[in-house]
Design a protein around this ligand. Structure first.
Ligand SMILES: [Mg+2]
Length: 405
């Protein structure tokens, strides 16, 4: 039987940490993490393969990581470097097929159907890509390639043989692999879905395979119920969507972890102002406007709060973003102390020059490019609305680069 599709999932190994090691040979072979300064309250963004051996993982707190690995080194994130190299390797992938879907800053799917005829050729091509990446990005950089006849299994395969792996899930191997993985190994089953499945006494992939489809649909709806059912059999017909076809950016957001937990609304307003400014700036730079706004808090116990609203029109101006937050947060009762504040805008459209604004205040809009220029040159918020003047400056810059999803 001929192979219908051949899909690669390519995942850069310990991406941010490896990039830092590539850039600085003194860090190579050492357990390092990419994160804010040690002692700051950010979590670990990425850990090197050497740090992973100590059990140091992304999203860990600094003191937890330090306990596991006493000689751990901390490196501050440099988003520009990661984006630059990402563009580079995506261009390499595009030499092999025009169907490249950027899945995240360090992962992509390649539809290789039509470029390779069988699994042997696929493995050969994958090795070529791995070699070329080292040549072009640096010899410390490595990736893991998963090969299968769909995206679901290709993604699973790339995680099977990390780091520097190459793994093929052949039709014949499929069932035995599925029987031996955790449900959460599937891209699409996170902690919350897993919890709901446990509630249905579905604990393994085999359980999911034998769970009646109509009951899954009852619990999760038609779309996701069917998806889960298919997933359990390794079935997935989702196409690889090249970036030129997709709406590239779905949302723009920023978060900030406070230096210490607070109930102080003034302090929260000051953080919010900067986040709105950052988000607004990014929207304008990308010529986008959005109408669904989310303002959220993470409390000291890691629970969440905040609010979400969809406006009748589109905005991308920082002051308006902040105004909306201000009005609502004034009435908002803070039940717990806040450790992280976030602003997120989605439901985006291109080209903010159009007359799609909510209550357009033309003067303000016309002023924006000029204000951006001044702030670009002299620093963030050199020019700002008068009522923001009394708010104190943040103690450190807004970090994190989990910007879009
Ligand atoms: Mg990766």
């Amino acid at each position: 039987m001929g192979i219908k599709r051949i899909i690669f999932h390519i995942d850069m190994d310990s991406y941010f940490a490896t990039v830092e090691q590539q850039a600085n040979p003194l860090l190579r072979g050492k357990p390092i993490v990419v994160s804010g300064k040690e002692g700051s309250r950010t979590v670990i963004v990425a850990s090197s393969k050497e740090a992973k051996k100590f059990g140091v993982k992304a999203a860990m707190l600094h003191h937890e990581a330090r306990k596991l690995c006493p000689h751990l080194e901390f490196v501050e994130p440099d988003g520009a470097k990661y984006e630059y190299l990402c563009r580079k390797f995506i261009n390499i992938f595009k030499q092999y097929t025009e169907k490249v879907e950027i899945f995240s800053i360090d992962e992509a799917f390649l539809d290789m159907s039509g470029y390779v005829k069988n699994w042997d050729q696929a493995i050969e091509k994958a090795s070529d890509i791995k070699d070329l990446l080292k040549q072009e990005l640096g010899d410390w950089m490595s990736c893991s390639v998963g090969i299968a006849n769909n995206k679901l299994l290709a993604k699973l395969a790339s995680g099977m043989d990390k780091p520097d792996g190459l793994f093929l899930i052949h039709e014949k191997l499929k069932q035995s692999i599925l029987e031996n993985i955790e449900l959460t190994a599937f891209c699409g089953i996170g902690r919350r879905i897993k919890k709901r499945l446990t509630g249905l006494e579905v604990n393994t992939v085999i359980d999911l395979q034998s769970y009646p489809l109509e009951k899954l649909i009852q619990e999760f709806g038609k779309f996701y119920g069917t998806k889960l059912h298919n997933m359990s059999y390794g079935v997935d017909s989702d196409p690889v969507i090249p970036d030129f076809q997709s709406a590239e950016i779905k949302s723009v957001g920023r978060t900030y972890t406070l230096p210490s937990n607070t109930f102080d609304k003034e302090e929260i307003f000051s953080v919010l102002m900067h986040l709105c400014e950052k988000v607004g700036r990014e929207l304008r730079r990308k010529k986008l406007s959005g109408k669904t706004l989310v303002y959220f808090f993470r409390y000291h116990d890691f629970s969440h709060g905040g609010f979400r609203l969809t406006l009748p029109g589109y905005i991308n101006d920082s002051v308006r973003l902040f105004d909306i937050a201000l009005k609502r947060i004034n009435d908002f009762v803070l039940s717990k102390s806040v450790r992280l504040v976030g602003v997120h805008v989605s439901n985006l459209i291109k080209d903010y020059g159009q007359l799609t604004f909510l209550d357009p205040d033309k003067k303000q809009i016309e002023l924006l490019p000029a204000l951006d220029k001044i702030n670009d040159r002299y620093g963030e918020l050199t020019v700002k609305p008068a009522y923001l003047l009394k708010l104190k400056r943040l103690r450190r810059k807004v970090g994190g680069f989990k910007l879009n999803n």
